[in-house]
Design a protein around this ligand. Sequence first.
Ligand code: NAG
Ligand code: NAG
Ligand code: NAG
Ligand code: NAG
Length: 627
Amino acid sequence: MLFFWVLLLLSFRHVIAEADSDDDMMSFVTLPEVRALKFNIAYYDRESVSPGYWFVAPYGVIDPETPTKQWKPCQVGPYIYDADGTLIWAGSCMFDNRNIFDFKAVNTIDDQSHLSFILQHAYQDNGADKGYGYILDHHYDMENAVPVTNDLGTFNMHEFNVLPGGKTALACAYRNEWVDLGDLGRPNEYGWIVAGGFVEMDTATGEVLFEWSSLGYIPIHESVKVGANWAPSGAPGWDYVHVNSIDKNANGDYLLSARFTSTLYLISGVDGHIIWRLGGKYSDFVQDFTFSKQHHARFVESNATHATISFLNNASDESENEENVSAAMFVQVDTTTTPMTARLVNKYNRPDGSLTRLRGSVQNLPNGNVFVGWSERGMQSEHSPEGKVLMQAIFSSSRFSTYRSYKFPFVGRPSAPPDLVASVYGTDETDLATIFHVSWNGATDVASWNFYARADRHSIPVLIGNTTKFDFETMYIADGYMDWVSVEAVDKDGNVLGTSALHRTETPQNWRLAGFQGDLKPTADDPSVLYAPKKPAEDVIDPATKAKQEAEEKAKEAAKTMAKANEVIHGIGGLLIFILVACSVGGLLAGAYWYLRRRRMQAYHEVPSEEGQPYTEEERPEVRSRD
Ligand SMILES: *[C@@H]1O[C@H](CO)[C@@H](O)[C@H](O)[C@H]1NC(C)=O
Ligand SMILES: *[C@@H]1O[C@H](CO)[C@@H](O)[C@H](O)[C@H]1NC(C)=O
Ligand SMILES: *[C@@H]1O[C@H](CO)[C@@H](O)[C@H](O)[C@H]1NC(C)=O
Ligand SMILES: CC(=O)N[C@H]1CO[C@H](CO)[C@@H](O)[C@@H]1O
């Protein structure tokens, strides 16, 4: 009999899942407005990966979407996952589904974790919202929203590099310039170019402290993209350098990556002159490697004479490729030799042997491992120093990419309390059960949850159970109709990290339709009675201690039941089964049906445009060369 219902309901659930087609997204009872991407993960050596969390910012379309076409519910934005792909933080609703780029943890400001990222400029609001470089503290509260204070049109999407100490940050800067084409041998012709450079900004005010532009430093003929005979361009002009990363060393010099000159530049922080060029048409080095169309160049180490630099050699762009596989490269330059030399230290090929045509990132982890973001579909991999692929992951959804992917240690202590939803089910007064769903968006280090209920708002909370945290959202089931409920998040050492607000337990709108057989609707149980000590005390023990012991035993029992039920859920993959196990069989279908309806999530969809005619990805204007 039970088996029959299980089968029936499983197939029913399957139909719903198909209709919603959002199996590539996570959804939560406690955060109904959030859809988070799932990862497909393969570990080849789980023991050897560096500790830390993943930082990604999935976006669907690289340019801001019109408000009518935004991805709803919240899908696009900053996310943190643990190394098993379990969600830690969804920031998509916080930023209203706007595109976020270069999202990462910053652990070099003070002794606490911070987060930084670019909030892309808003969709056509007459240039009023040019975008921001954001810094959040480890409570997910804003510390700085660094505005564009000069005449630049937008906050450039490539880079927001908060420097150690957090007082200043680097960003890329693009400017349209009207120039003569003399350096192409056409001195009497004029046209527009997009000059590329960078700014160093004060993070408190956005004031530009240093600005550098390719104009006057990098001639047009250095570009590997622009043809010498091209007809002059109107505005905005030839994107001839396309800068995509900027870093600074302790000496105060800057490392600039320009994708369309296939060159890395060391630029003097004193007077802006180009100290050296690595790669491209005019390399100052004798090299034992080549690269092109690179991204995300970083100083790994540097002193007055040597520098170790990491970057992603995508070896390709949208229209052509120079090599067959993209790779993370670590190279060392030596300026003491004549001519100067540059050698390849390490190279990590993209594990699937293909090309990252756009975007990407390379990160040197504290234990010597290398973490690479290959960008498209959120593909990322971790490599041992020797080059062994330890882990490979990719978004389940093909609808999203992330500009960069990072891995960092991080401690998150949200200022908002844990979220809790409790509901009561049952077929009569004797078998009522309260189901809790609990999560804490952004909290790291939660090991277990304690569950409390009260007889009324002002009663003393009674511990009615506890359970290990598993997954982003943990479910727990308690005997009886528990109302006035709350939870505590506890770390592995037993410290309480946070407490939820006091919540009322949700009841079915119609108890009868939900399968309840009793005459009246049930009333909430008094937890101090239901979870009270069962045997009268023999010895004169402090009654509070006694009650606590009893409650703990009860909790253990409940936890055991819970663990068993969880096994079933995980084995079969449906919450329904939980309901089937938890409820008695009478009135079951109605109860489960009610539960299903409640659980049924709004599917992923684009909000239709005003014309009611949403256009497809292919019909969108070509914008890809901008990233
Ligand atoms: C600079 O770094 C290189 C490479 O690590 C090292 O060989 C050299 O001794 C360093 N120079 C100084 C002055 O520390
Ligand atoms: C790329 O692959 C093609 C076909 O496998 C091969 O012929 C070519 O030599 C490869 N090019 C490079 C630069 O490795
Ligand atoms: C639940 O609480 C008891 C008593 O404090 C404790 O021994 C047990 O480890 C806890 N279980 C979980 C899963 O936290
Ligand atoms: C190995 C290889 O094909 N390298 C190429 C990288 O890209 C530059 C610029 O596009 C080419 O000149 C190199 O030959």
